[in-house]
Design a protein. Structure first.
Length: 120
């Protein structure tokens, strides 16, 4: 699904002009960050809702930071674009990891299945 999603996003961004051009690069970087995050993590994380929630939050952070950097710090050189893209993805991952760990910390522990003996 992710292998087909990224080319479709790129094709729609370059062909159909749904959004202003300033959103093209942030959407592309956010998509790449999501594909990297899903391809890197262990399969047992896919089954947790906290992973998907933290991924959505990380993608939103990547999108907003990428847009802000694209508008306020318009980069033209190739090495500047790589730096902005890396910064966008790394900051999103840090926020996503923090949210994931916070959710794991706040989640109530599952019962262990052992019963506590009654002292009647």
């Amino acid at each position: 699904m992710f292998l087909f999603g990224l080319p479709l996003i790129l094709l729609s961004l370059t062909t159909f002009y749904f959004l202003p051009a300033e959103w093209n690069f942030p959407i592309f970087e956010t998509s790449m960050g999501a594909v990297l995050a899903v391809s890197i993590v262990r399969p047992w994380l896919y089954r947790t809702i906290s992973f998907w929630l933290s991924l959505v939050i990380a993608c939103n952070v990547q999108l907003l930071i990428g847009h802000w950097l694209n508008v306020h710090d318009a980069t033209q050189a190739r090495h500047d674009i790589k730096g902005v893209g890396s910064l966008t993805v790394i900051v999103g991952y840090v926020v996503g990891a923090f949210v994931f760990l916070l959710i794991q910390r706040l989640k109530p522990n599952a019962p262990s299945g052992r019963s506590i003996p009654n002292d009647d």
